[in-house]
Write a protein that binds this ligand. Structure first.
Ligand code: SAM
Length: 254
């Protein structure tokens, strides 16, 4: 099998890591696991041993001959672009909890995570991603890795950086180190319009070197000034200095 670079094909060969990822959530026979990009089935072979149902999306039809052996009344395989699927429609039944467990193609990491979040059904995810991206997912405010996506993810999940995976654990080896990140859905998610919240966050972080006030020009600046005064912030405040709770507090004022 010649790996297609254009599809982000780096196959994981470290059995310990595969086993760990597959077992990163306790699941029951009422749950559903979703694997994006099963490739030749390195992770799938562990996931089919779990009591949950399994739904896999693979874009590369060449993988059929490796994956079809896993087809069963509990395992569904869809050969299509994950980003084009509405996975609520693909769910054959109703499930108690839904988890995404995957070594995802790095070239579309952000679109994949956004696509998952927009469908609002996932209770947890364990993803193997590029280390640089993992650091962004888990960043704290006032650090260089902190940005719109960090805050947006924190709206839904507790995020844990679990461990690094060296490039030698893959075939072919990618140029970068990878890392495993686990996302667990928060018990109490603020009841706010998350599409509007997403737009607000994108705007707040729009120009990293500009002040928050400059980035939020389209919003009511009097409300912003009141927020600064009430919380002891100066006019030179930048988005990266605000933590998730501050962003929610400010958003709810507009
Ligand atoms: N899970 C396998 C493993 O760990 O060895 C393969 C992981 S490889 C990093 C990413 C996989 O995602 C490849 O099999 C690739 O064909 C598939 N893929 C790439 N783009 C995709 C897309 N848009 N939708 C579904 N699968 C995709």
């Amino acid at each position: 099998m010649i790996a297609k670079k254009s599809l982000g094909q780096n196959f994981l060969k470290d059995e310990k890591v595969l086993n760990f990822i597959a077992n990163s959530f306790e699941v029951t026979s009422k749950d559903l696991l979703i694997e994006i990009g099963p490739g030749m089935g390195a992770l799938t072979k562990y996931l089919v041993k779990k009591p949950a149902f399994l739904l896999c999306y693979e874009i590369d039809k060449r993988m059929e001959k490796f994956l079809n052996v896993y087809k069963s009344p509990r395992t569904f395989l869809i050969y299509d672009d994950f980003l084009k699927r509405n996975f609520k429609k693909d769910f054959p039944y109703h499930y108690q909890n839904v988890y995404v467990i995957a070594n995802i193609p790095y070239y579309i990491t952000t679109p994949i995570v956004e696509h998952i979040l927009n469908q609002e059904v996932v209770d947890g995810m364990t993803l193997l991603v590029q280390k640089e991206v993992a650091l962004r997912f888990c960043a704290s405010s006032k650090t260089k890795d902190y940005g719109y996506f960090t805050v947006f993810l924190q709206h839904f999940f507790q995020i844990e950086y679990l461990f690094d995976v060296p490039s030698t654990s893959f075939e072919p080896s990618p140029k970068v180190t990878s890392a495993v990140v686990r996302f667990t859905k928060k018990e109490n998610i603020y009841p706010l319009d998350f599409l509007k919240f997403q737009t607000f966050l994108k705007q707040a972080f729009h120009m990293k070197r500009k002040t928050l006030k400059n980035n939020l020009k389209g919003y009511d600046l009097q409300i912003l000034s009141d927020f600064y005064r009430e919380n002891g912030f100066s006019d030179s405040l930048r988005a990266e200095e605000l933590c998730y709770d501050d962003f929610v507090k400010l958003f709810l004022k507009f």
